[in-house]
Design a protein around this ligand. Structure first.
Ligand SMILES: Cc1cc2nc3c(=O)[nH]c(=O)nc-3n(C[C@H](O)[C@H](O)[C@H](O)COP(=O)(O)OP(=O)(O)OC[C@H]3O[C@@H](n4cnc5c(N)ncnc54)[C@H](O)[C@@H]3O)c2cc1C
Length: 488
């Protein structure tokens, strides 16, 4: 367990206590422990304090103090990020800035179809408050009971509804941000059109806390669909799945809200570790796709549309078998299979994870080429390939060969496998992180694949907004360290 930094009586901490109250400045190792380790327990950091302001004004006060005392801040929401972005470094000089107490829904405007929420509101709460107002907030991901809207914005989270509604960036109309100097930028505009210069909002979204602290946001709402129906389709290859996606989009248009690919090995893994989740087909097929329709008319309408789509796909030889959910419970059972893949993978043992994106049209080629290269380099490696095919985003994970100790497999092969996968992604003009961000996990990989021009532009933005490098240093970009004791 980490120790609190010995220097707990500095002027900075005294000033924070005066601003927030002693109970909201945590320095005891027992209290700070949950904030200095990431969700996967991959990183163990240390913090001189965990600061818990209650509102935007208090955030601004703390940031001003950090600026004056040259203390680096690591913003944190639900701490569910998968790239170590919310974990401080191990030196113990940084302070974690927890946004969880900023948990108010400020306004729901049904006619503007917007909800204004503070950064620490849990995603499931945003969904629930929207539903109470008869609206849909469509961002949905497995961590929704713990992650916060500030974290979703800062990682530009995706999830299961991107195909229809876009990722978090597309769901955001305005932001309130505390700048690295502690000023408050009120950009809480609920506008769908605003062409008045640089889009500052888009700069802070996906910045992983490296440019400032998001304290509130205006998010878009959508009409609640009348019904949601899912179906599973069995296919012979990822190429067939792409043709099937095009057909499904032609039939369903914007009603198609989910299109998830699951390779046969994923289905077998789920079957092995969660046998209570029934495999839905008579025989095994190379790929299975989960489709979801969100229908504004009725369940019957959605089901009839599915029937027509599946008939056409079977006729064209795209689909080998299909089953449409007969009830809400069956729809949930289909989603359960998809959601249990990461859990089944964890039960099987440590593995090498990738969260990659390539243009949708290249997915089939990417899988074929990369699978073949991995098979040549690490014979017997088992590919766990699943994800949001409709967004061009795959979880392309590698499990140790049957019977091989996962720990030694990882130690021996992780670097080689990462290079094979990321080189292939690069050849296909893709991205090494389509969802989870860079955090501290992929900083060096990003530097390896981004061009010198792109890196220089990113460094210039960081230097312009945060010249002292006090906002989440070491995340997203390698920057010279400037933290430590007050120099002014
Ligand atoms: C089980 C599970 C499933 C997931 N599924 C998905 C998925 O389907 N799609 C997907 O995209 N992601 C997924 N994720 C990862 C996802 O990025 C996070 O769950 C979520 O978006 C992060 O929110 P958080 O509040 O936990 O942020 P944190 O983990 O606390 O922080 C994430 C990053 O944002 C910064 N940050 C947090 N709050 C602020 C703020 N207010 N201002 C400035 N910076 C801030 C932090 O410094 C850090 O860099 C999943 C994670 C888990 C554990």
């Amino acid at each position: 367990m980490s120790q609190a930094h010995p220097d707990t009586s500095t002027a900075f901490l005294d000033a924070c206590i005066a601003a927030l109250g002693a109970q909201h400045v945590l320095t005891d190792a027992h209290d700070t422990a949950p904030f200095v380790t990431d969700w996967r327990k991959r990183y163990q950091g240390a913090a001189r304090a965990v600061l818990c302001p209650a509102d935007t004004r208090e955030v601004a006060a703390v940031v001003k103090l950090a600026h004056a005392h040259r203390i680096a801040l690591v913003p944190q929401g639900g701490n569910t990020g998968l790239a170590g972005g919310a974990t401080p470094d191990a030196a113990g000089g940084e302070a974690v800035l927890s946004l969880r107490r900023l948990n108010r829904v400020r306004e729901i405007d049904p006619h503007n179809n917007t909800i204004t929420v503070e950064a620490g509101v849990i995603l499931a709460e945003v969904q629930a408050r929207a539903a109470e107002a008869g609206r849909l907030f469509p961002l949905s991901l497995a961590a929704e009971g713990s992650c916060t809207i500030g974290g979703n914005l800062s990682t530009n989270a995706g999830g299961t509804g991107v195909l229809r509604y876009g990722n978090t960036r597309e769901l955001c109309l305005g932001l309130e941000v505390v700048t690295p100097e502690g000023e408050i930028w009120d950009g809480l505009r609920g506008l769908r059109k605003d062409n008045t210069g640089y889009d500052l909002r888009d700069l802070f979204i996906g910045a992983e806390g490296t440019l400032g602290i998001i304290t509130a946001a205006v998010m878009k709402l959508h009409p609640q669909p009348a019904a949601r129906v899912t179906a599973l389709a069995a296919l012979g290859s990822a190429h067939a799945a792409l043709d099937f996606l095009a057909l499904a989009q032609r039939y369903a248009g914007p009603l198609l809200t989910g299109f998830e690919l699951m390779s046969d090995f994923c289905m077998r893994l789920v079957g092995r570790h969660f046998p209570q989740l029934r495999y839905p087909f008579q025989t095994h097929h190379a790929q299975v796709v989960l489709l979801e329709l969100s229908d504004n008319e009725s369940e019957e309408h959605a089901r009839a549309l599915f029937e027509r789509l599946m008939e056409a796909a079977l006729e064209q030889g795209l689909v080998e078998d299909a089953v449409v959910a007969e009830s809400l419970a069956q729809s949930q059972a289909f989603w359960n299979i998809r959601e249990h893949i990461p859990l089944a993978q964890a039960q099987e043992g440590l593995n090498v994870k990738h969260d990659i994106g390539v243009p949708i049209s290249r997915i089939g080629h990417f899988i074929e080429e990369t699978d073949a290269e991995i098979a040549r380099t690490v014979p017997g490696a088992r590919m766990v390939t699943f994800g949001h095919l409709g967004d061009g985003n795959l979880h392309y994970n590698v499990q140790a060969p049957e019977g091989v100790d996962p720990k030694s497999f990882l130690a021996e092969n992780e670097k080689t496998l990462n290079r094979i996968v990321y080189d292939s992604v690069h050849r296909h003009r893709g991205t090494i992180s389509a969802e989870h961000g860079l955090g501290q996990l992929k900083v060096d990989e990003a530097a390896h694949y981004k061009s010198a021009v792109e890196l220089r532009l990113m460094q210039a933005i960081k230097a312009a907004l945060d010249p002292l490098n006090l906002m989440n240093p070491g995340k997203v970009l390698r920057t010279p360290r400037s933290t430590g004791e007050a120099s002014a």
